[in-house]
Design a protein around this ligand. Structure first.
Ligand code: NAG
Ligand code: NAG
Length: 467
C-alpha cells in the first residue's frame, strides 16, 4: 500500500494519458498549513482535506510517519474492506472521522500527544486508480508550569534566588530581568533536566548583590507557542521591618506571578511571603518611618466600605455564613482535578469609581487568595461556576504555603480608582505590603473576591471584618 515515489509518478502519468476524463482534477488534497502545533497530553487533528465534496466510501486513507530510515504506518482506513488498521504504538490513540469521509475530510485525530509524536506525517489517499498525498508536519510543545522563585540563602552580602519551572518543551529560554524588564547583569546558572517523558524541568539561580536593582524576575519563554511565563520578586527596602546585620537580611519578598500570553497585558497575582523573625517588627521602625506608613494606612482605612459576599457568584464547594461575611470550603472534593482549581466567591457589590477599603481576616495557616476582579472577569467566573481565576482583569494577593515564612492575619485591600491602583496592607501591623499600578481607568465595575484555597472546614474561614 506504500507506493514508492519511483513508480508513482510514471503510474500517474500513465493514468493521465489513458483516462484523462476520469481524473480531470476531481481529487486533490488541499495543502495543509505547516507545522501543526500540538500540546503534550492534549489531542490534535492532523488535517487532510480533499477538494471533492462527494467521495465514495471506498477511498483508502493512509497516515504514515516518516522516521528515516523507517516508516511507521500510523493508521490506515482500507476502503475496500472498510477496516481501520493501526500501528501498535498508536493503539487507542488515533481515530478517523469516518462520517466526514464523504465530505472529503480524512483528517486523523491523534490523542494524548507525546514528545515522540513530533515528525512528518504523510496523508495519502487512493481510490481505484487515483492517488494523492500531502505531508503534515507536527511540532510538539508543552506549556509548562509557572515559574516559582525561592529565597535560597544569603550569599555573603547578597541573597541567592532560585527559579524553578517544570514541564516545558522544547527546551525553553530562561531570562532574569530587572525592574525595567532588562537582562540582569549578574551571572546565573541554569540547569535543564530532561525527564523520562523528555520534557524539561528548569532550575536557575542568581545572586543579587545589595545596591543593585531590587526587583528580579524569572522569565521562561516557549518559542514554539510564543508565550512566556514570569514570576517576579521585590526585595524590600533594607532596615524597614527587621533588625539586621546585613541589609539584605531584612528582605521580605513579595512575589508577583505574571502569565504573559505573547504581549497581552494581564492582571497579576501577587504571592506574599514574610520571613519569620523572632523580634517584633514594630520595635525597629524609626519613629518617623513608622508614622508615615501608619498615616498612609489610616488614610486608606478611612475609605472603608461594607462588603457582603454573593451566594450567586461562588464556587459550589464554598459555604457562606448567614451574614454573608464568612466563607470556607466544604470537605475536600473527591476529584483531585477540582481540588487544584481556585475556589472563589465574589462580593455582591461592584465599584465604579472613587476609593474603597475593606479588611479580611485570613488566619495564620493555609493558603488563600484575595483581591479585585473586573466586571468581565466576574462574568467569566460566574459562567464557569467560579472554577478558575481568570488571567486578565484580576489583581490579587496570595499566600502560598511554606514553612520558612509566616504571614499577616488581617489583610486590608485598598481599591483606589482615582490613582488607578490597588494596595494591600497588613492591617494588624498597619503597613503596606504592595501597591499594584493596575491602570484601572476604564469605567467598569470592579468587585472584591476571596478564595480560601485548598484547606477545608469551617474552622478555617476567610472573614470580612467590620472596619
Ligand atoms: C474534520 O472533521 C473534524 C471533526 O469534525 C474536525 O475537527 C476537523 O477540523 C475537520 N478537518 C478539516 C480539515 O476540515
Ligand atoms: C536578554 O538576553 C537574551 C539572550 O541572552 C536576548 O535574547 C534578549 O533580547 C535580551 N533581552 C533584553 C531585554 O535585553
Amino acid at each position: 500500500l506504500l507506493p514508492s515515489s519511483k513508480w508513482v509518478s510514471p503510474l500517474l502519468l500513465l493514468i493521465f494519458l489513458q483516462m484523462p476524463h476520469l481524473i480531470a482534477g476531481r481529487f486533490t488534497i488541499i495543502p495543509p498549513q505547516n507545522p501543526v502545533i500540538a500540546v503534550i497530553g492534549e489531542d490534535v487533528v492532523l488535517p487532510c482535506q480533499l477538494t471533492a465534496a462527494d467521495n465514495p466510501d471506498t477511498i483508502t486513507v493512509q497516515w504514515i510517519l516518516s522516521r528515516p530510515p523507517n516508516k511507521i504506518e500510523v493508521s490506515t482506513y482500507d476502503g475496500q474492506i472498510k477496516e481501520v488498521r493501526r500501528d501498535e504504538r498508536y493503539q487507542g490513540r488515533t481515530q478517523f472521522f469516518q462520517t466526514e469521509f464523504r465530505a472529503g475530510n480524512v483528517s486523523l485525530n491523534l490523542k494524548d500527544i507525546k514528545v515522540s509524536d513530533k515528525g512528518k506525517y504523510t496523508c495519502s489517499v487512493s481510490l481505484n486508480t487515483w492517488y494523492d498525498e500531502v505531508v503534515v508536519e507536527l511540532d510538539v510543545t508543552a506549556r509548562g508550569a509557572k515559574p516559582s522563585i525561592f529565597l535560597e540563602d544569603y550569599a555573603g552580602q547578597g541573597i541567592g534566588l532560585t527559579c524553578k519551572a517544570e514541564g516545558w518543551f522544547p527546551e525553553p529560554q530562561v531570562l532574569w530581568l530587572d525592574s525595567k524588564g532588562e537582562n540582569r547583569t549578574e551571572k546565573l546558572t541554569t540547569n535543564k533536566k530532561e525527564t523520562l517523558a523528555k520534557i524539561y524541568n528548569i532550575e536557575s539561580s542568581i545572586i543579587i548583590e545589595p545596591g543593585s536593582d531590587n526587583e528580579a524576575s524569572c522569565k521562561i519563554i516557549n518559542h514554539v507557542l510564543k508565550t512566556a511565563s514570569e514570576s517576579r520578586v521585590l526585595i524590600s527596602e533594607p532596615n524597614v521591618f527587621f533588625p539586621t546585620t546585613s541589609p539584605w537580611m531584612a528582605a521580605f519578598l513579595v512575589i508577583l506571578f505574571l502569565s504573559i500570553a505573547t504581549i497581552a497585558a494581564v492582571g497579576f497575582v501577587i504571592s506574599l511571603m514574610y520571613e519569620e523573625r523572632p523580634t517584633s517588627p514594630t520595635n525597629v521602625f524609626s519613629s518617623s518611618e513608622r508614622l508615615s506608613t501608619e498615616l498612609d494606612f489610616r488614610r486608606a482605612q478611612s475609605y472603608a466600605v461594607a462588603i457582603t459576599l454573593d451566594p450567586d457568584c461562588k464556587h459550589p464547594e464554598l459555604r457562606l455564613s448567614e451574614d454573608k461575611k464568612r466563607v470556607w470550603r466544604e470537605a475536600a472534593s473527591p476529584q483531585p482535578a477540582a481540588a487544584s482549581r481556585a475556589l472563589l466567591v465574589v462580593g455582591r457589590k461592584g465599584f465604579v469609581d472613587g476609593r474603597q477599603y475593606w479588611e479580611v481576616e485570613v488566619g495564620c495557616k493555609g493558603d488563600w487568595e484575595l483581591g479585585v476582579l473586573s466586571q468581565a472577569a466576574r462574568e467569566t467566573v460566574k459562567r464557569e461556576e467560579a472554577a478558575t481565576l481568570p488571567g486578565e482583569g484580576c489583581w490579587s494577593l496570595r499566600r502560598s504555603q511554606g514553612d520558612l515564612f509566616s504571614s499577616p492575619e488581617m489583610i486590608g485591600v485598598f481599591l483606589d480608582r482615582e490613582e488607578g491602583r490597588i494596595s494591600f496592607y497588613d492591617a494588624g501591623m498597619m503597613f503596606p505590603i504592595v501597591t499594584i499600578p493596575a491602570g484601572l481607568t476604564e469605567k467598569c465595575l470592579y468587585y472584591p473576591f476571596l478564595s480560601p484555597g485548598n484547606s477545608t472546614g469551617e474552622q478555617k474561614p476567610l472573614t470580612i471584618l467590620p472596619v
